[in-house]
Design a protein. Structure first.
Length: 236
């Protein structure tokens, strides 16, 4: 049976390959290794994303060499990078660095070294309206690049509600991207199409959340209210 962890972070300075081996021993067959910021590679300028992405890609290759796990990679500028950059260099230059980070991730996707943008989006904690607007603009730009490349976008945002799912679906429509290409990382256990608006919820594989998600899904199937849909689980 394929067991795919669709959102995992691994680092060589922590358990790295050994964690992937544990996953394989437990029956895991594939992972989406998702980029995250590195303290030792602070982002001051666009070129720093080259170093950061190289570290994630090297980790992916190390897992491939040491296991039989199939490794996919998602790359993109972490949303909180924008806050640090804006403080250091100002809003407009910060936006340009983030856009370059998106474009550099796009180059890796185009070259088949990665399969998706991620995790990208906006801070998961309250921020000012102007910061939120800037992050949303960057997210829309990412969606437009995803449409060009035919790839997915892994979203890092606040915990979603049906209203936020609808907001992201509207963004996708504006960018010309199928909302089914948007994966909401760390999602609340929504599975009904009227709640997710076509997005793919990625739900933490905690027993209570799995039961809630599957129970809601089964109730919809029984009542014949929904077509086929897709959702995933993240293992922790």
């Amino acid at each position: 049976m394929p067991i795919f962890d669709n959102h995992i972070h691994l680092r060589a300075e922590f358990r790295g390959v050994e964690a992937a081996k544990d996953f394989e021993r437990a029956g895991g067959t594939a992972i989406l290794l998702t980029h995250s910021p590195y303290d030792e590679i602070p982002i001051h300028r666009a070129e720093d994303y080259d170093k950061a992405y190289a570290k994630t890609l090297a980790m992916a290759e190390a897992v491939r060499q040491a296991t039989h796990v199939q490794v996919f990679v998602a790359l993109g500028p972490y949303p909180v990078d924008f806050l640090v950059l804006q403080e250091a260099i100002g809003r407009a230059p910060a936006i340009e660095v983030m856009r370059s980070g998106i474009d550099r991730a796009a180059d890796h996707i185009a070259a088949h070294r990665a399969v998706a943008f991620g995790e990208v989006g906006r801070p998961h904690f309250p921020v000012s309206e102007d910061i939120l607007a800037a992050c949303n603009g960057l997210l829309e730009y990412t969606m437009a690049r995803a449409r060009e490349l035919g790839c997915a976008v892994v979203l890092h945002t606040e915990d979603p509600t049906p209203a936020t799912f609808a907001e992201f679906a509207r963004m996708a429509s504006k960018a010309g991207l199928d909302p089914g290409r948007l994966v909401k990382h760390h999602s609340t256990p929504f599975t009904r199409p009227e709640d997710t608006h076509g997005l793919v919820p990625s739900i933490l594989a905690k027993e209570s959340l799995v039961v809630e998600a599957l129970t809601e899904d089964q109730a919809q199937v029984i009542h014949r209210e929904t077509p086929e849909r897709t959702y995933g689980f993240e293992f922790r």
